[in-house]
Write a protein of this length. Structure first.
Length: 192
């Protein structure tokens, strides 16, 4: 009878450990991705990022912003070639994003998300010592669904940047999408 209780206890502990790892896995993945982006480790970044999905999401955001600008610009609205520009823009945007959405490009974007707020806080003349004391910008990490997890950076000068991770397997997560503000879209160097 005592051996049976031991097996039940071990089974319960194992089940609790699996549940805890299941719940904690996106935080561990976000930390691992953040380290890889900070160090610029291309192998780890490649392993943790779904590049086609990230490119598609950014392309959609850039296309939407471009279409909104074209619709609000009276000079472009009356131009007969504006429709041609609207038709060709997605192909040009995808081509440019293929060059920008790389391990190195995502590492740069991550550094921008973590340091832009610090830079915006210190506009004007402040002492260097004060800048060195500022903590690094940290994202707000949260589940947004059973298989979706976000790291949200809020920045007064750049707007909001949301890194969306999706569950790939039971305990493995990949970066699936990056949602950025119009300011960040403008800062992306697509003319490479």
């Amino acid at each position: 009878m005592d051996l049976r209780r031991v097996y039940i206890g071990v089974g319960l502990l194992a089940a609790l450990a699996i549940i805890a790892i299941f719940i904690a896995s996106p935080w561990m993945a976000a930390a691992r991705l953040s380290r890889a982006l900070r160090s610029g480790d291309p192998v780890e970044i490649e392993r943790m990022v779904d590049f086609p999905s990230v490119r598609a999401g950014l392309a959609s955001q850039i296309t939407d912003q471009l279409n909104a600008r074209l619709a609000n610009n009276p000079e472009v609205r009356d131009n007969p070639f504006a429709g041609l520009l609207t038709m060709l823009a997605p192909a040009a945007i995808n081509q440019a994003l293929n060059a920008v959405v790389t391990p190195q490009g995502l590492a740069k974007l991550s550094r921008e998300a973590e340091t832009a707020r610090r830079a915006s806080r210190h506009e004007g003349k402040r002492r260097k010592a004060r800048r060195d004391e500022e903590p690094a910008v940290r994202p707000v990490l949260a589940y947004t669904g059973l298989n979706t997890f976000t790291a949200t950076y809020d920045n007064p000068s750049k707007g909001r940047m949301v890194w969306v991770l999706g569950r790939e397997k039971l305990f493995f997560w990949k970066l699936k999408k990056i949602e950025v503000s119009d300011v960040v879209i403008e800062d992306l160097n697509l003319e490479r």
